[in-house]
Design a protein around this ligand. Structure first.
Ligand SMILES: Nc1ncnc2c1ncn2[C@@H]1O[C@H](COP(=O)(O)OP(=O)(O)OP(=O)(O)O)[C@@H](O)[C@H]1O
Ligand SMILES: [Mg+2]
Length: 251
């Protein structure tokens, strides 16, 4: 059950076209609504335009004038602090410690109330990195780096989190722990999240909705509601049925 749904759509993608120049446009005339307070997972073959779509949702690429992305009713003209994207490569600053990396985001948006140190400490606890506060990125495992990147994104309290294959480099155990972290995070904050992944099981387990994008131009091939309790059990018949269906689009 969703407990944090808002009456408005977070995003309305309206006749969105993105043209990188020269080649066929990866996204042409794509329309799609994303509801606030939901976790939407996006699947699709390599090169179909998933990252481009996330970048458009974050205001990081220019849409063609024939359409665009509306965020809470207004056309996005560029990046906004309300929407944070965690890129495929997590982009921590190698010369800063975990704490400093997380705190860096606060330079632009100081926290209200308890202050910067307390905010960083709380965020380290949230992502289970309290013991690694003073470590540098190269001293961390892949999963720890991803958690630090998530903490850095969350500390500014954005309304929307865009995640591009955040767990692709992790082993199965760590990946599952990250799914639990995502779920806990959503339960506590009800944030709108859009996560791109190549992992079908992950998409169903983490998302409230799973979308499959087709290529050239990107279009929605399949749109599944994955809020039912069965979709949190990877052995449930309904889960396995959906997994098989999704595989038929990706293979
Ligand atoms: N900056 C860019 N300049 C030119 N073309 C680009 C640029 N970024 C992406 N493209 C092209 O746009 C298409 C979609 O790329 P995109 O990165 O969105 O795919 P993707 O679905 O995220 O793929 P993957 O699963 O491999 O990450 C590809 O054909 C790619 O070559
Ligand atoms: Mg990509």
């Amino acid at each position: 059950m969703l407990t944090h749904t808002q009456p408005w759509d977070a995003f309305r993608v309206e006749h969105l076209s993105v043209d990188y120049g020269g080649r066929p446009s990866p996204i042409k005339d794509l329309s799609l609504d994303l509801r606030a307070g939901e976790v939407t997972c996006v699947l699709g073959k390599s090169g179909c335009g998933k990252t481009t779509l996330l970048k458009a949702l974050g205001g990081f690429v220019q849409a063609e004038p024939s359409g665009g992305v509306l965020f809470r009713g207004h056309y996005l003209r560029g990046p906004t602090p309300e929407i944070v994207m965690i890129f495929q490569e997590n982009n921590l600053f190698p010369w800063l410690t975990v704490s400093q990396n997380i705190g860096f985001a606060l330079k632009f948006r100081p926290p209200p109330g308890a202050g910067k140190k307390a905010a960083i400490r709380q965020m380290l606890d949230t992502v289970g990195l309290a013991d690694a506060a003073h470590a540098y990125p190269h001293q961390l495992s892949g999963g720890m780096r991803q958690r630090a990147a998530i903490a850095r994104a969350l500390i500014t309290e954005p309304q929307v989190l865009l995640l591009d294959e955040p767990f692709s480099a992790l082993d199965v155990g760590l990946r599952r722990r990250m799914h639990v972290l995502m779920h806990d995070l959503w339960q506590r904050t009800g944030k709108t999240m859009v996560m791109v992944t190549h992992n079908i099981e992950e998409a169903i387990l983490v998302g409230h909705r799973v979308i499959v994008l087709g290529a050239r131009p990107a279009r929605v091939l399949f749109d599944a509601d994955t809020r039912a309790p069965d979709m949190r059990d990877r052995y449930a018949p309904a889960f396995l049925d959906l997994q098989k269906q999704l595989e038929s689009y990706i293979d």
